[in-house]
Design a protein around this ligand. Sequence first.
Ligand code: SF4
Length: 402
Amino acid sequence: MSESSKLASIREKVRNGERLTSEDGIALFLEPDLLAIGQLANEVCEKRHGDRTYFNRNMRIEVTNVCVASCLFCSFAKLEEHMPGAHTMKLEEAWRELEMRMNDPGGPPTEIHIVNGLHPGLPFSYYEELLRGFKRIDPNVHLKCFTAVEIHFFAQHYGMTYVEVLEKLRAAGLESLPGGGAEIFDEGVRSKISHDKATAAEYLEVHRVAHRMGMRTNATMLYGHIETFAHRVDHLLRLRALQDETKGLQAFIPLAFHPDGNGMKNLPAPTAVDDLRTLAVSRLLLDNVDHIKAYWVSLTPDVAQIALRMGADDIDGTIVHETIYKAAGTRSPGALGYDELVRLIREAGRIPVERDTLYNVVRELPRAAVPEAALKPRDRERARPRALPVVQGDVRVKEVPS
Ligand code: SF4
């Protein structure tokens, strides 16, 4: 079967609601017609979400980059506290980050996303108190903190089961888990790029346990280094199997490898075509995961914007202080303003929908009547969204005129 007839048969399967196989996934990665794959992924995405693209008002905090592991792709971690560039925040410093955002125009962030190194010298109470402090400042802020790799480390290091770790952190305010730490599940690749942290089975088990406890989680895949397309497909299908079992994954985020300052700096970063293809194939293979996210920090805002027409329904959020990709040489800015996110979404022809972490709608903004580039410069300012009213608690504002 030629590649184009293979694509035709995959298109038919997708339109008939049939599940794609591992062989189909590899064929999609090998298919040269990126636009055809993107169009099919877009079709599937629009069937689920129409013209809506989600984003949120979030902030990232990495409280420590001290880490006992030595992942080859990591430009962020420092082995010991005294090394140049190592940092561990005092609790007050971390809380201050939120305090400084409480009077943002339009309201404080609705989510704090925390990811850290595996620090061997902090007491478990540090993490519990960290969460409690954020909730004292803003009881409404959603705490999406600690990857499955961190939860596994806590269990090992402090002598608890996954359930015990999650129960204690939940009692302190934890509400969901981010998706980081998945890397590539294939055991051969994983043993080369991240041999001394949670295995694939342990990563998946932490998510399984969290789902059984009623928590939602996200999942990721780090692509574009030494893995093959078959490894990517295997990774996606392991996530699909977990989702069949638990239905607890709410979003999948493909993460592009960036080479600066890490143990794989001899490798090139993936190209935009690889980024877009990976995102589109993820949408097609993960037929049971609602949200596929074009994480603009990893992709750059430009590529993320194109991805909104190739299977992604989410572009992540305002972020503010991202240090992991920054250390790995991303060309993305550290933060995007609310208005900038809205503009990216509108120019892609989508309706911007501000969401909370669990995809409840906070605000739905009107779509652009015409692309901004078609407006005369003096009219552009008027077409931008005005300062938005403060959101109190879980008040939902249906539509905000721009
Ligand atoms: S990727 Fe995470 S676990 Fe690996 S070295 Fe970096 S901080 Fe540590």
